[in-house]
Each structure stands twice: as C-alpha cells, then as structure tokens.
Design a protein around this ligand. Sequence first.
Ligand SMILES: N[C@@H](CCC(=O)N[C@@H](CS)C(=O)NCC(=O)O)C(=O)O
Length: 208
Amino acid sequence: MPKLRLSYFDFNGGRGEVARLALTIGQIPFDDDRIPLATWRSVRDQFPFRALPVLQIDDEVITQSNAINRYVGRLTGLYPEDPIEALRCDEVMDAIEDILAQIVQTFGIDDEDAKRAARQKLAEGPISLYLTRLDEKLEERGGQYFADARLTVADLKVYTWIQHLRSGTLDHVPTDLADRVAPHLVDQFESIKSRPDIAAYYAGINAT
Ligand SMILES: N[C@@H](CCC(=O)N[C@@H](CS)C(=O)NCC(=O)O)C(=O)O
C-alpha cells in the first residue's frame, strides 16, 4: 500500500471530506493533513493549483477531488467495478461539483444584501433543483444507494453536501431546505451519519 497524505482544510466537510471518510471506512492509514483556514494564504503556493484537496501518493502529488475520490474509492472498495455502476457513481459526484460551483460563486460577495439575494435565488432555484433531481434518482435506485446497491463515494459526496446545507454555515439558505424537498437524501444522510465507523470518526475529530 502506498503512503498517503491527504491535505484539506481543518473543517468537517467540503471537497476533501469524501476521501477522509472513505479512507476511514476502508481502514486505510493516511496522514490527515488539516490546514487551518487562517494559514491557507501562507501555504497555498505549495499546492499545484493553489487549491485543495491534494493527495500525495508516495512522492506523487495529485489534485482534483473527484479523481481522488475514485482512486480512494477503488482502494477501499467504495467505487464500483462495473462500468455502468461506475458511471452512475460519477454522474452523481459531478452533479454535486456543478451545484458546488454555483454556491462557491456567492462566497466572494461582500455586500450582505447582495449575498442574501444571491443565496435566496440559489436556494429557490438551482439548489432546490439539484436536491429534487438527486432525491428522485436515489428513490429510483431503491432509496438507499446511488450506485451498485451498496455504499460508494457518490453517497459520501452527497452526504457532505447535505451536511453543509443543514449545518447553518451557508447563510441565507434555509437549514431545513433539504428536509423539505429531498427526504430520501436526508434519510440517507442520517443512515450514513449513524454508521458506527462514521460516528466514531467524528467523535475523534471533534474531540481534538
Ligand atoms: N476542481 C477542484 C476544485 C478545488 C477547489 O476549488 N478547492 C477549494 C476548496 S473546496 C479551495 O482550495 N479553495 C481555496 C482558494 O480558492 O483559495 C477539485 O475538485 O478539487
């Protein structure tokens, strides 16, 4: 097994969280390099695209969250081998990237009224659309998993998005939006959250 070092921010969630969770579930040791937001500016030039997550595999440095998720998914048995199931898994992860890109655009809005208006428009439009469509997709696929009838990195990626939406850290987006429009995603979120390995992981992280 190669030596793995995963660099991402020191909060729970975001693009690096899927790989952290997958490696934890797969019980694969890795160096969990958590970078405080406050120090990011001073260290970002050390990373190829001045962005995280970054996975170092022995001496090789790899970027791009979904590429990392697929690799880690293969190491941990959380990525389908069947091409169609892998496609279903990728589709969901890329859909989350699309909606994250729209949400991230509002991070740079300094004026509070403008930010409120942009976030409300997003919540009523694209965020509700992505929640609804993903909810329907999960229901079509049996309600528990997005691909391969078992837990994959796609489920973990949706989990981290629902975690973000319900956390209250995304100002002006109602924290109950997912509960109102995406009940299957919320049920799946609760079921992943209550897994003993995930619960133990967060208990450990939150205690440090
Ligand atoms: N396409 C990249 C996007 C990476 C990205 O934008 N990461 C954000 C955090 S989720 C970042 O590092 N932002 C820091 C900055 O823009 O200074 C991926 O999927 O990994």
